[in-house]
Design a protein around this ligand. Sequence first.
Ligand SMILES: Cc1cc2nc3c(=O)[nH]c(=O)nc-3n(C[C@H](O)[C@H](O)[C@H](O)COP(=O)(O)OP(=O)(O)OC[C@H]3O[C@@H](n4cnc5c(N)ncnc54)[C@H](O)[C@@H]3O)c2cc1C
Ligand SMILES: NC(=O)c1ccc[n+]([C@@H]2O[C@H](COP(=O)([O-])OP(=O)(O)OC[C@H]3O[C@@H](n4cnc5c(N)ncnc54)[C@H](O)[C@@H]3O)[C@@H](O)[C@H]2O)c1
Length: 441
Amino acid sequence: MGPGGEDVAGRLAEAGLKVVGVESRLVGGECPYFGCVPSKMMIRASDLLAEGRRIGDLAGSAEVAPDWSKVAGRIRDEATDDWDDKVAADRFTGKGGILVRGYGSLTGEREVTVGDRVFRARRGVVLNPGTAPAVPPIEGLRNVPYWTNRDIVKATEIPDSLIVLGGGAIGLELAQVFRRFGAEVTVVEAADRLLALEEPEAGELVRETFEAEGIKVRTGVKVGFVGHESGGGPEGTITVHAGDEVLRASRLLVAAGRFTDLEALGVASAGLDPSARTIPVDERMRAAEGLWAVGDVTGKGAFTHISMYQAAIVVKDILGQDGPPADYRALPRVTFTDPEIGAVGLTERQAREKGLKVRTGITRLGDSTRGWIHQAEGFIKVVEADGVLVGATSAGPTGGEVLSALVVAVHAQVPVKTLESMIYAYPTFHRAISEALRALD
Ligand SMILES: Cc1cc2nc3c(=O)[nH]c(=O)nc-3n(C[C@H](O)[C@H](O)[C@H](O)COP(=O)(O)OP(=O)(O)OC[C@H]3O[C@@H](n4cnc5c(N)ncnc54)[C@H](O)[C@@H]3O)c2cc1C
Ligand SMILES: NC(=O)c1ccc[n+]([C@@H]2O[C@H](COP(=O)([O-])OP(=O)(O)OC[C@H]3O[C@@H](n4cnc5c(N)ncnc54)[C@H](O)[C@@H]3O)[C@@H](O)[C@H]2O)c1
């Protein structure tokens, strides 16, 4: 019952089906309680601090005094109801759904077992188990009191120092928050750049920004050992042996990817591989006879909007309604660092690997009027093939919002000639899109 599962279950119950929702933790899943929503509340607060600190340069003077208790209080009271899902559970049962608390496993075709209760469905089973934080097999790691996203969202104080293992979306968003609230932060990434799946310019921009804010960034580093020393704080000090360096901090955040235990989920009983990382699905999210899967577990992108998108397709499929099949060509993603990194479709490298005849155009936001006025860092990069955009990146203040025009362009395959003929309001950040198009080589 993550975002997609909750949606499927609720809509099908409203449509008159008898629906059993099985949830072992909190109805709504990772996003509202441990993921998107609390992390974005932190980011909203830390961005405000950063804006306040810019007043000295542009507008006068201001003293900015961070107070984490406001963020922690908002997450506890407004976002998560103190990690209580009563509102979501009641919403589901109010639609006629039957909520069963516990860990469910597939035990046969259209059959789920929760403890000693066995449920058999006439129509089918929809899997939406999501993912849990993956803990890399690093010597010593399991013996130290590390945090994952599920712990850090409950933090009531900012530690004096934090090491973040993993330079993907989770690690980077939270690293910047904790730095802006006063912690000494080091990011350790095994790949040779941050945001390794996005355009290299994006990782480079984040790195430059982080280093300017005092965040240490280590890339291409293999962590050999993690240890724990007494002293340096009530919980002691965590040591991370990263390449030739020994890093020390009072806290360690493990943000090194995600994992789903498909064996415990019983997928073998549906003829699926329990040792796989994901559940393969077709364009209607069908995984086997009478079995659908939605969300992170499908491996199509670990985003709430993917889970919800797939949920809508499953609802139609189960109700026998027509609708377009899943199409991930214009999959948008936004990493909510400051500057935000918005991206859609293929990166330049992915497009070239597909054998497309690619042209790219890039423009720096600082060269646009609004970017210069705002003293903003960022860029727009477009990837074109056969006269249409197949991918784009929009990095900068509100990069995720500027992205929307590029998502329409990629999704609807708007000819580049049409995009070039549009009027772009002056002086907006999105006007830089026209410059990126002009720069197509
Ligand atoms: C820190 C963080 C920040 C994020 N920020 C964003 C963001 O800004 N934007 C975005 O789009 N995405 C973001 N994500 C990703 C997003 O949270 C997930 O993609 C989203 O929650 C969709 O996941 P899902 O539908 O696969 O299921 P999940 O949300 O993972 O939920 C699955 C649910 O199933 C339950 N469950 C699992 N197995 C069983 C079982 N066998 N029996 C019963 N119950 C079970 C789990 O307890 C859980 O409640 C973030 C994630 C994290 C961790
Ligand atoms: N803004 C958003 O939409 C948002 C925010 C947070 C998370 N998410 C989703 O959640 C998913 C999980 O996020 P994540 O950041 O945990 O995963 P990720 O896969 O995006 O990044 C994990 C990073 O950790 C690195 N890593 C793995 N093992 C390591 C090791 N031993 N030492 C050092 N580095 C190591 C990997 O190379 C990778 O770059 C993402 O795929 C993303 O889709 C989305």
